[in-house]
Design a protein around this ligand. Structure first.
Ligand code: TYD
Ligand code: MG
Length: 454
């Protein structure tokens, strides 16, 4: 490297640039995350290397032909749902997830499903062609007209694409891919960024739909700086409990559809199968109502979902009683317990409180508040809720019950699964939300809700 090529040090956790190497990144505080990378210096009067001298044309918004997003429907209903209705032509999607969660399996099944309609190419840098073939045989997909190649060199992949011109391309995984333009090792930040940029540029120019597999770090973020997430149109996370057969595909960013949309799959002997009625798997039906258990109607993206929230409240022998949540935010529980004390005069300062969302689901919305508080109280008093009751609603610091989004859809879902009563925020209980067979009880304050329950 010539002396004039300045080195910069890029943090591989947050992407911050530093002029010299230090042990700890000043931006994100990560230890040993800095990596050397070369800065291309553009001297005064000199144009950047890619500058062709052509100036882009400026349009008035109304003059731009509207067009519509062309989509390829894969037929894997849950995947199509998460993508917002199918694979958008020319879009770039990144799929992250723990090793062994099923990313390669999902993409292989997707390619198999669409390879009758469009031309596809699966570029693998992790497994040999024999391994992929074996997997395809196990999935019963070995008769499908699908093209595969093992390649990790971006320039060679791009050459190959010029010849084969696939309409849907899968890169498995981006961490194995490298470019000659940089001297750093595959998987390093600068390599990831540059390789992704080259592939994205190709996809946008040629109208290819590109799927990129990305590994996640121990903390669960996509390995490499967050910049990768900015470069793509859609970011999906494949998650699930290793001990459970259910896998959830979640959209955390989507330029062509709703975020937080959730697709549910089951990993079986013959590969991933879509679960079209996920409420049924997250809902454990007890013969008798049991204390400490409530049914919440939550919403994931555009879909209402019934989940069971369980609480256990037990006498604590610790100076700081425990507040443990699984599938919910812990700080929110502490806040709700304070609201419970202040507005319903129930004290928990000498109690350990555990709250769990059954089935490995993660509920991120505030609409769970009412269900969490009634589960806590139910466990504390050792009294179960009435049979056939569902709840949803946010609880504010002033003890008020606030409305949530999609009230009507939630009530319909509850009625569909045979529930007969619902306690909901007053603002969610309008005329238009009336559902046959479901008694809707509107509440404005936490106290009212608790009175109705018992
Ligand atoms: P894989 O797609 O290789 O995961 P990733 O690409 O995310 O690392 O998934 C492999 C796991 O899935 C492995 O633990 C075995 C399991 N599996 C099944 O249970 N059934 C199947 O039909 C297949 C193909 C895999
Ligand atoms: Mg894989």
């Amino acid at each position: 490297m010539a002396k004039s090529d300045k080195s910069v040090y890029v943090c591989n956790a947050c992407g911050a640039r530093h002029s010299k190497w230090v042990g700890q990144c000043a931006d994100c505080g990560g230890w040993n995350t800095l990596e050397e990378s070369r800065a291309i210096e553009i001297r005064g009067g000199q144009r950047s290397p890619g500058y062709s001298g052509q100036v882009s044309e400026v349009y008035a918004l109304e003059d731009i032909p509207a067009g519509h997003e062309a989509r390829v429907v894969s037929g894997l209903a849950e995947l199509d749902r998460v993508l917002g209705g199918g694979i958008v032509v020319g879009s770039v999607t990144m799929i992250g997830g723990d090793p062994g969660i099923g990313k390669s399996t999902l993409l292989l099944q997707m390619l198999a499903a669409i390879s009758q309609q469009v031309s596809t190419l699966y570029v693998t840098g992790e497994e040999s062609l024999q391994q992929v073939r074996l997997r395809a045989t196990r999935l019963g997909l070995d008769q499908v007209p699908m093209k595969l190649v093992t390649e990790t060199h971006v320039e060679r992949i791009l050459d190959l694409l010029q010849q084969t011109r696939p309409q849907v391309l899968v890169i498995d995984s981006i961490q194995t891919v490298y470019t000659d333009a940089l001297s750093s090792a595959p998987g390093s930040v600068s390599q990831l960024r540059e390789s992704t940029a080259m592939l994205v540029r190709y996809a946008k120019q040629s109208g290819t739909s590109l799927f990129i597999v990305g590994h996640v770090t121990k903390e669960g973020a996509l390995a490499g700086p967050r910049v990768l997430e900015h470069m793509v149109d859609t970011v999906l996370y494949f998650e699930g409990d290793a001990s459970s057969q259910y896998r959830m595909l979640r959209a955390v960013k989507n330029r062509f559809g709703a975020v937080n949309e959730l697709g549910v799959f089951a990993m079986l002997e013959g590969g991933l199968k879509v679960v079209s009625n996920p409420s049924a798997i997250f809902l454990s039906r007890h013969q008798q109502p049991i204390p400490g258990s409530t049914i919440l109607v939550t919403r994931e993206g555009s879909r209402p979902l019934l989940v069971e929230v369980q609480a256990l409240v037990d006498e604590s022998h610790l100076a700081n009683p425990r507040r443990v949540t699984l599938g919910l935010e812990q700080n929110r529980l502490a806040m709700l317990l304070a609201v419970l004390h202040r507005h319903a005069h129930v004290t928990t300062f000498d109690q350990d409180v555990f709250v769990n969302v059954v089935g490995g689901m993660r509920v991120t919305e505030t609409g769970a508040d009412l269900a969490v508080l009634s589960a806590v109280l139910s466990s504390m008093r050792n009294r179960s809720l009435q049979h056939g009751l569902v709840l949803f609603g946010e609880v504010g610091l002033a003890g008020e019950v606030r409305p949530v989004q999609g009230g009507a859809d939630r009530l319909k879902e509850a009625a569909k699964h045979g529930f007969s009563r619902a306690i909901v925020p007053a603002a969610n209980a309008g005329k238009q939300t009336r559902v046959e067979g479901l008694e809707v009880l509107a509440v404005q304050r936490l106290g009212e809700a608790l009175e109705l329950i018992w």
